[in-house]
Design a protein around this ligand. Structure first.
Ligand code: MTE
Length: 325
């Protein structure tokens, strides 16, 4: 995998289908300054977002999510079109536009998530019940793919640590494992090929799962998560290579042992369990020192832990970072 990076192949789609990033920023500014003028109070941390889809249920909650993590100085938001048309989601095909083209093959309603293993509240939960206890927030994170491209995405969701606490892992739970949808009888288009061993699997050490940065996303750009980005529920771990951020989760398992993970099972020499973004450790087939921010002409330097070192480096003190692959 990950060796055919193609450039500038985003199809044009209509303004009514996507919110472009300038328009999105303008709306946020308009709402913020309008409210400030009207109410005369400081609302710097309150950035409601207009939901353009149905005004009900999840989209309503998503639409009123507050921004808790702003854009950082050297970043610009990628456009909604870029974020939703240039994807890796092998279940929907290996080409960058395949997930967008095949998005309808993923049926997300009804959806349930099986909670298993070392916890006090295992069971099969409807997605609505998984989401109900949690306040939704917007967080702008960089996403750095192991293929050496990156994006800046305004995710909507809730901290993974809240989900973990809700199901009460036992003291034996040292790891958390995730799985993506896979129905052998009716596979998704990309699952007809054994590009990896299905289902897609990922995992984190429990302290990584409890790190405040780890996020369960249910939307982006103020809207319900598009299928191609991992609807209805995906993980976002911004200091790790993008393949750790597993999409369309149907199973979460608390366990004592380190879980097998898909790309590591496919090629252990190239894809490690930790896979923390590290510009100093080359992938066996390419350097990780620089990255192409989708939409930009020139490459940028890749940052240690994707720029989140202050918040995560202490979890790996004493570990040989050279072994992160
Ligand atoms: N999750 C599943 N189930 N299947 C996948 O193929 N690809 C991963 C990750 N999660 C993948 C997945 C990779 S390689 C990346 S870089 C990110 O999703 C891409 O997320 P995006 O398409 O929303 O940018």
């Amino acid at each position: 995998m990950f060796n055919n990076i193609r450039k500038n192949r985003y199809p044009n789609i209509g303004e009514n289908q996507v919110t472009d990033q300038a328009l999105y920023e303008k709306r946020r500014h308009f709402i913020k300054t309008g409210l400030q003028a009207g109410l005369g109070i400081s609302l710097s941390s309150y950035l409601p977002i207009l939901a353009m889809a149905s005004a009900q249920g999840l989209s309503e909650r998503i639409g009123s999510a507050k921004n808790t993590r702003h854009l950082e100085p050297n970043d610009e938001l990628n456009t909604e079109e870029q974020i939703t048309h240039y994807n890796n989601f092998y279940e929907l095909g290996t080409g960058k536009e395949d997930p967008y083209r095949n998005a309808d093959a993923l049926i997300t309603d009804p959806w349930s998530v099986s909670i298993e293993g070392e916890c006090e509240n295992p069971g099969e939960y409807a997605i609505e019940d998984i989401l109900k206890p949690h306040d939704l927030e917007e967080r702008i994170y960089r996403l750095r793919c192991v293929e050496a491209w990156s994006m800046v995405v305004p995710w909507i969701g809730f901290p993974l640590t809240e989900l973990v606490k809700h199901f009460k892992p036992t003291s034996k739970a040292k790891y958390i494992a995730f799985e993506t949808i896979y129905d052998k009888e009716s596979p998704l288009p990309g699952q007809n090929r054994r590009s990896i061993e299905w289902p897609y699997r990922e995992g984190l050490r429990m302290d990584e799962a409890l790190n405040p940065l780890s996020f369960m996303a249910v939307g982006l750009y103020g809207k319900v998560m598009p299928n191609q980005n991992g609807a209805p529920l995906r993980l976002v771990v911004p200091w790790k290579y993008g393949f750790k951020s597993i999409k369309s989760i149907v199973k979460i398992r608390f366990q004592e042992d380190q879980p097998p993970t898909s790309w590591n099972m496919t090629n252990a020499r190239e894809y490690g369990f930790y896979s923390n973004v590290n510009p100093e450790v080359s992938h066996p087939r390419w350097s990780q020192a620089k990255e192409r921010r989708v939409g930009e002409l020139f490459k940028r330097d890749t940052l240690m832990f994707n720029g989140y070192a202050d918040e995560v480096a202490s979890m790996y003190s004493g570990m040989d970072l050279g072994q992160n692959y």
